[in-house]
Write a protein that binds this ligand. Structure first.
Ligand code: MLT
Ligand code: ZN
Length: 465
């Protein structure tokens, strides 16, 4: 634990009352949405300016104190968890949209801007911020950049990385760097901006971000389709992608749907029970597009790939269909799930999922397994639910034993052990299944350049040495 005199010094660097050490704050700010590690930070500090962030970093280097950057704390890999006496740096008071350029379609955000705040800002200006996920109401832009957040529209718009025009960062050395200066074209050597995106706060703090916006989509329309088996989902994806520009293509299993139905606040898509469901979305910008979608649906039914389906006819129906997918994560959190967030190239998904499913069925015969994810971009979420009568620690330990087999398959398929949630602490011991020893050595060398004293989020991405 950090010495009280050192915390007193920290208090002089920020506004009065912006260092918190009470038990409730330590508990709230020391964790994210993972339930693996008990939070144990020494203090929480809430800077208001870039200069204050630099002063905090200088203080941390002087006293060799570990800092954990904290956004909306919606992460699912313990990337923002402070379990070892670190000081949490939270951006609740750096949460303003600072500037908007309608011509360049860019918005300058402080790191604490909530994702939905940016989405709404874009909407108010007739534009669109397309990175979206269920936690957009609380996740923050700084955290999204730290994990290169993905979500439900990646098939069309890509990850957060695609929407970052420029960054201001404070490195682990305390230097302020202005990266890429919001340019579209910039061929002046290494693009350091990209290094900070997805770095999980291990290189420094994002203290300002210029985000790009897009044109607003026209008449977004969703379809939910029930399929007779998992293998039918891929030809459905192929058929729709051949005829329409999809903005999303998600899937979930009957078990995932049953959990959401159990809430009682979402209407079922249709009466037919199906083992798997696909949710796709497109811009029905004119009648021809909607007709094309219906014709593709009929083709899929004729082929036996689809058993039943529904297409949204209003904004309310669109939202209700999305709830079937977006509510899954929050709903199953009640069962303390062990979460996997794996990916392969899209064409490999059927064979990959079949192998993983067989391993999981063999090793987790007594656990409920819930599949869902962003199948259109190759990202599958495998969630193992904790039996009610089992302790959390025993459950997580038994799941971790199976990881070896799951991740060996991931490695064989050239996949990723973390598609969008990040490595954090929950996946750090498995990094070598996705990255070579040479790559890991390069990553560590890069960290040493920006953070020579190792004060920035230690123990995240890489296991402590
Ligand atoms: C999702 O796709 O719903 C999110 O990544 C959260 C989760 O995987 O539970
Ligand atoms: Zn996801």
């Amino acid at each position: 634990m950090t010495h009280p005199a050192v915390i007193d010094e920290l208090m002089t660097l920020v506004d009065p009352g912006k260092v918190l050490t009470d038990a409730a704050s330590l508990e709230a700010y020391g964790k994210d949405w993972t339930q693996h590690y008990p939070p144990a930070p020494s203090a929480i500090v809430l800077p208001k300016t870039i200069e204050q962030v630099q002063a905090i970093v200088a203080w941390a280097n002087r006293h060799r104190i570990a800092l954990v950057p904290s956004g909306g704390r919606t992460g699912l890999s313990a990337g923002a968890v402070a379990a070892n006496g670190e000081v949490v740096v939270a951006f609740d008071y750096m949460n303003q949209v600072l500037a908007f350029n309608a011509f360049d379609r860019t918005v300058v955000c402080q790191p604490g801007v909530v994702t939905r705040q940016l989405q709404q800002f874009a909407e108010e200006h007739g534009l669109y911020y397309p990175v979206d996920f269920a936690s957009s109401g609380s996740s923050q832009i700084g955290g999204n950049i730290g994990t290169n957040a993905g979500g439900i529209k990646v098939i069309r718009y890509g990850m957060t990385r695609n929407w970052v025009a420029g960054l201001k960062v404070v490195t682990g050395k305390g230097e302020l760097l202005e990266l890429n200066k919001d340019l579209i074209k910039n061929a002046t050597g290494y693009d350091l901006r990209q290094l900070f995106i997805g770095a999980e706060g291990t290189l420094g703090f994002v203290v300002e971000a210029t985000m790009r916006l897009d044109r607003a989509p026209r008449n977004l329309t969703a379809m939910v389709l029930g399929t007779p088996d998992f293998d039918s989902i891929m030809p459905v994806l192929h058929a729709f992608q051949g005829r329409l520009d999809l903005t999303a293509f998600e899937f979930f299993s009957d078990k995932a749907l049953a959990k959401v139905m159990g809430r009682g606040d979402v209407p079922p898509p249709f009466d037919t029970d199906c083992p798997f469901y696909a949710l796709l979305e497109f811009e029905a910008s004119n009648e021809d597009v909607a007709n094309e979608a219906l014709a593709t649906f009929e083709h899929c039914v004729e082929q036996g790939w689809v058993l039943d389906g529904v297409m949204s006819q209003s904004e309310t129906q669109l939202k209700n269909l999305w709830k079937l997918r977006e509510y899954i994560s929050e709903t199953i959190s009640h069962w303390t799930p062990y979460k996997n967030d794996i990916s392969v190239t899209v064409s490999k998904v059927p064979a990959f999922l079949r192998e993983i499913d067989a391993i999981v069925a063999e090793h987790y015969p007594d656990y409920e397994v819930v599949w869902y994810g962003h199948i259109g971009d190759g990202n599958l979420h495998l969630n193992i639910l904790k039996p009610d009568d089992m302790s959390k620690d025993a459950f997580f330990a038994s799941c971790a034993r199976v990881n070896k087999w799951v991740f060996e398959i991931v490695e064989r398929y050239n996949g990723s052990i973390s598609a969008e949630h990040g490595v954090g602490m929950t996946k750090r011991d498995y990094l070598a299944y996705s990255r070579s020893p040479e790559e890991i050595a390069c990553m560590k060398a890069i960290k040493a350049v920006f953070d020579p004293n190792g004060i920035m989020n230690p123990g995240k991405i890489f296991a402590p040495e």
